[in-house]
Write a protein of this length. Structure first.
Length: 86
């Protein structure tokens, strides 16, 4: 456990021991999740490109499939409703 002070720009310095134990590096993205009025949980995001390329969502966004034919929005809505009913 360590203590830090919030600076004028609301920055927090993470102590050396915690950085070592959690493998946090400069430039990492973290998520701050509020737990109650006075505490939050920190999650360090790991955007290792090798791991991202295995993620189905990442693949879909970065290698979109070209449509074979145009489907008007009205017909697409009807098709989606039909699928959801099944």
């Amino acid at each position: 456990m360590s203590t830090s002070i919030v600076d004028q720009k609301y920055g927090i310095v993470i102590g050396k021991q915690i950085r070592r134990n959690t493998n946090i590096k400069a430039g990492d993205i973290v998520i701050l999740e509020p737990l109650d009025d006075h505490s939050f949980r920190v999650v360090v995001m790991n955007f290792d490109l090798g791991k991202l390329e295995d993620d189905p969502l990442w693949k879909a966004v970065h290698s979109p499939v070209k449509a074979e034919r145009y489907v008007p929005p009205e017909k697409l809505e009807a098709m989606m409703e039909e699928v959801w009913r099944e």
